[in-house]
Design a protein around this ligand. Sequence first.
Ligand code: NAD
Length: 423
Amino acid sequence: MSYLSYLTPTATSPWHTYLAQVDRVLPYLGSLARWSETLKRPKRALIVDVPIEMDDGSVAHFEGFRVQHNLSRGPGKGGVRYHPDVTLEEVMALSAWMTVKCAAVNLPYGGAKGGIRVDPKKLSMKELERMTRRYTSEIGIIIGPQRDIPAPDMNTNAQIMAWMMDTYSMNTGTTATGVVTGKPIHLGGSLGRVKATGRGVFVTGREAARRIGMNLDGARVAVQGMGNVGASAAELFVQAGAKLVAMQDHTGTRVNPGGFEMASTMGAITHDAGIGNVKGGELIDNEAFWDVDCDILVPAALEGQITPERARRIKARLVLEGANGPTLPEADDVLGERGVLVVPDVICNAGGVTVSYFEWVQDFSSFFWSEDEINVRLDKIMVDALKKIWDTADRHKISLRTATFAVACERILIAREERGLYP
Ligand code: NAD
């Protein structure tokens, strides 16, 4: 493990988690390991000041970031997060996981990520728009359809992508639909994109369940984070016969051993109130979420949620990482020792970037596919990628996480080696 001079990571910080994951894969990279330092340093990190006029006439300054971790295999790809806890270090880790994720599903992208340290729930729509446009303008010097293509992440959505696309287009005198993905359908967005990450979580979960002999019919699912990823995955599991028995979000934790009724549950969830208006079941203490009786656990909220202590209490046989970096490295070991199978974020939640890739391809060709085509292609890419990862895990007797890193890092470092060092 090596640290950059401008960082002071703690043992639970996402960048520390990422570096520990890289160290674990080094023995499986053969002679390519000599390039491994490349994985431990972001290619480029931009910190921007985002000043905006607030509705009351005052001026507020927000801190924004865009990190391009590695561009060896193609332009940068990765979401933009609006959250009060966003830091450079977090964005670096998220950008690095994007590099690994894109390579794991063999998309022609490098990894990038962006974010603003802000609580967007405290902004009006107009303030949100001004902040988004100023941020886009500030990072405009490094993004572009062939350079780095942002997308939604926590607290960002299709409307924010539309403002980003418009701002970039105004600044460059073009209509650059390919500069962001996750756009509204009328602006070159792709059918199936909104639910793609959750669908990918479901597809990898379905395949993993089949391999460990778990029947999805009647399987009990617990989900942390009923946002874009968690709620979409939950819906698909319930459609496949599973029961949603527990959910947690920023407002609290609700359990229902008989299973929540999905249509009314989905109808009751809103962005601000979260699951606060969901009916049925009972409210429990947030910490008790980790003790809930379930077969499948889907962390789909924040990083660092599964600590070693929580890992010892988890009842599920299968953990599907919808979120990025939800499991600390020591907790990974605990889960492994207890025989809990973890499908890691870098493959489990790759459905979103895969359909983002479809969107980008459709924008360039100006030819749009049906939702069925999207879902069938997504399913095949995820199944094929997971099979290669599973074969690698079996061959080396390593976890799916280390196997995903092995498959991905080999592809990244071969590209690095073939391109050579400039000058
Ligand atoms: P979202 O904003 O739609 O939903 C986030 C959810 O997390 C909400 O339900 C929120 O209430 C919950 N949450 C926030 N703080 C919480 C806390 N302290 N405890 C419990 N729950 C909390 O975001 P999303 O797009 O669904 O992203 C969720 C995770 O999935 C993130 O880690 C993100 O990086 C990852 N991810 C998202 C995508 C995508 O396409 N949206 C793709 C890959 C990975």
